[in-house]
Write a protein that binds this ligand. Structure first.
Ligand code: PAF
Length: 279
């Protein structure tokens, strides 16, 4: 496995890779969820490139950026073990050589402004800008993202469509702990008591999905019940919504492809999760 830090090294290393390339963009602190993306990438393409970059542009709070776990040595060992071909670990100065304030931005309006985008202003501009830049740097044929960040995947899909970026996007199902908690680097922030509370988000999603599957179409009442359930379990709900799976628009009662999205604060962590429901 080769590790490169500059675009020149990256381009040279990519040009030496034979066959199709799949990119897995990450911010490091890798867990089983990331490794599932790497394995999917491996199934889809002969060459797997992983990027590790904690992107300051997508953090709305300086404290969150500073606290974000950085575990490069452990990450590289995991990726080596997965047989990854190339790892791109650019420094912040390389990605944002002037300053982020004067860097070109990629904005996907509408879908970036609701749910996580509303709670974290500017977050998705940061995500679409860095993903667009990584696509230009690596020039992969395929890029693999986790469906845990469902809204992020839709934002990137829209960006790829709107800007005619020649990359095929692949979403991979969320990897969960045994009690349903979605794997996330932010779970590291939870102490033992909070870790016991955290799966309440998944349970709220699951019981809403069950109600929908049993024919309940009162979306506002289901959302309200889920928020109350989360709060009584000890979470501080951020949002909970039942939406059209394709674009997060408000669903008609006969909509068949839905996604339920939830987010909640718990101590230092902000947990997000979602479930797709096909009726
Ligand atoms: O999902 C993430 O880890 C990040 O948002 C991404 C896609 C690597 C962009 O920084």
């Amino acid at each position: 496995m080769k590790q490169v830090e500059t675009v020149a090294q990256l381009r040279q290393a990519v040009s030496r890779l034979a066959g199709e390339t799949a990119l897995v963009p990450t911010m490091g602190n890798l867990h089983q969820g990331h490794l599932a993306l790497v394995r999917r990438a491996r199934e889809l393409a002969g060459q797997v490139v992983v990027s590790i970059f904690v992107n300051p542009m997508q953090f709305d709070r300086e404290q969150d950026l500073r606290a974000y776990p950085r575990t490069l040595d452990e990450d590289l060992a995991l990726l080596r073990n997965e047989g990854v071909d190339l790892v791109f670990t650019p420094a912040e100065k390389l990605v944002y050589p002037k300053s982020m304030a004067v860097h070109t931005r990629v904005e996907v309006p509408g879908i970036s402004d609701i749910f996580c985008g509303k709670s974290r202003p500017g977050h998705f501009v940061g995500v679409s800008t860095i993903v667009c830049k990584l696509f230009n740097m690596v020039q992969p044929r395929i890029a693999v993202f986790g469906k845990k960040d469902y809204q992020q995947l839709l934002v990137i899909k829209r960006m790829v469509e709107d800007l005619a970026i020649p990359v095929e996007l692949v979403g991979v199902d969320t990897v969960r702990e045994e009690d349903g908690l979605a794997m996330s680097s932010r779970n590291n922030y939870l102490d033992a008591r909070q870790r016991r509370i955290a799966p309440a988000l998944y349970r709220a999603l699951r019981s809403t999905a069950d109600a929908l599957e049993q024919g309940d179409k009162d979306f506002p009442a289901l959302e309200q019940a889920a928020v109350e359930r989360m709060a009584s379990a000890g979470l501080q709900p951020d949002y909970f919504g039942i939406r059209r799976a394709s674009d997060l628009g408000r669903p008609a009662v006969d909509e068949q492809e839905l996604v339920i999205l939830g987010a909640a604060f718990l101590g230092m962590a902000r947990l997000i999760d979602n479930l797709e429901v096909r009726l």
